[in-house]
Design a protein around this ligand. Structure first.
Ligand SMILES: C[S@@+](CC[C@H](N)C(=O)[O-])C[C@H]1O[C@@H](n2cnc3c(N)ncnc32)[C@H](O)[C@@H]1O
Length: 365
């Protein structure tokens, strides 16, 4: 741990002045601190970075999401204009590929007003060059509905939001906090007082055993609240793709990655990616509280196959040389293979009550 890293200095002075901080604050500062936060200061993607994501693996991913958005737009009654809002767009690759797919439905492309919600100045600059020929608007938070329906896209966004952790200890729940070890000067976990709030996890709260950990994310709940309120007020749809579990469960999922390898979450604040599995039951419950229907989650592999990724791969192969064809096959396997991203990654969609299932979620293709 580099003690003079701006994030380590800020965490140390906070804990020294005010006492142990929540895991939520530790994550928020490690990732988002404007001076040295992980996302605020670097581009973490690709072979030279810490991890890769589906849009960075193949253009097919963003194209399929673009096709899904065009189909959802038609199901919404082809509103003109409508907002296409991406949360946490990384390098902007997904949106660039999705817009290419939208171009095949010219009325939809013409009606789309592009909004990118991004807190990292470094990644915002990458996004601006990825979609340089597009009239897009950037925001730090989800824009207010301006009367137009919206389609929301979030790929690997919720897993980057802070979580709180609670530990059952001697029959009571206590919130996990981060302190400084007086002997080593390193960060260490300790226990505070608060209990978990999740109403959707009542049975877990009472049935858990000593030592069990429960995670919940106020940040995820608040963003889903905003999206669901938006859709309830003016209409729209949403698609969330992330890794996580369909139901609430006890267990720790917080992890840190640096250079594609796991490291201890407390050892590398500001220099490693911190993520936690998304609790899709919490997402669905937050949407339902606003009367919004959720679909899925289903595996990313099943979803992409249902909306036609194999046909897209076949078409791309037709114009490809041998090496390119091999790359197309390899990336298809990474995106949909059950041992790769096909099962662990899940897709959940939102729509108003009483609507038909969105593409990929119904009984047919
Ligand atoms: C794991 S990356 C995923 C990037 C991209 N969606 C992809 O699939 O390649 C998380 C993204 O969310 C952004 N981000 C993290 N916290 C955010 C927040 N609170 N509001 C907006 N963007 C945020 C990061 O800067 C980054 O662009």
């Amino acid at each position: 741990m580099a003690r003079n890293h701006p994030v380590v200095r800020r965490l140390t002075s906070l804990i020294t002045d005010f006492g142990p901080i929540s895991v939520e604050d530790f994550i928020a500062i490690s990732l988002g601190d404007p001076e040295g936060g992980y996302y605020a200061t670097q581009d973490p993607f690709g072979a030279a970075g810490d991890f890769t994501t589906s849009p960075e693996i193949s253009q097919m991913f963003g194209e399929m999401i673009g096709a899904w958005c065009a189909d959802s737009w038609e199901r919404l009654g082809a509103p003109e204009p409508f907002a296409l809002i991406e949360l946490g767009p990384g390098r902007g690759t997904l949106m660039a590929d999705a817009l290419r797919a939208l171009n095949t439905v010219p009325a939809c492309r013409a009606a789309a007003r592009i909004h990118m919600v991004e807190t990292s100045p470094t990644l915002r600059a990458s996004q601006q060059s990825a979609i340089a020929d597009t009239d897009a608007t950037w925001h730090l938070t989800i824009p207010e509905p301006s009367g137009m329906p919206a389609i929301f896209i979030a790929n690997e966004f919720f897993d980057a939001l802070p979580i709180r952790q609670f530990v059952k200890s001697e029959g009571r729940w206590r919130e996990r906090r981060v302190d400084i070890d007086s002997e080593t000067g390193m960060f260490k976990f300790t226990l505070g007082k608060s209990s978990p709030q999740s109403r959707h996890a009542d049975h877990l709260i009472t049935e858990a055993l000593d030592g069990d950990i429960l995670e919940e994310s106020d940040a995820v709940r608040s963003i889903v609240d905003t999206i669901a309120e938006y859709i309830a007020a003016v209409g729209g749809a949403a698609i969330f793709i992330d890794y996580g579990h369909p139901y609430s469960a006890v267990g720790e999922t917080l992890q840190a990655l640096r250079g594609h390898k796991p490291v201890s979450p407390l050892k590398a604040p500001g220099t490693a990616d911190l993520t936690a599995h998304v609790n899709f039951e919490q997402v669905a419950a937050a949407a339902a509280a606003h009367g919004i229907r959720s679909w899925g989650p289903i595996g990313q592999g099943a979803f992409l196959e249902r909306i036609g990724i194999r046909e897209r791969a076949k078409r791309l192969r037709q114009g490809a040389n041998e090496l390119q064809a091999h790359d197309i096959d390899a990336s298809l396997t990474r995106l949909i293979g059950p041992a790769e991203m096909g099962t662990l990654f899940k897709v959940l969609a939102l729509s108003k009550q009483g609507t038909e299932p969105p593409a990929g979620f119904g009984p047919g293709p």
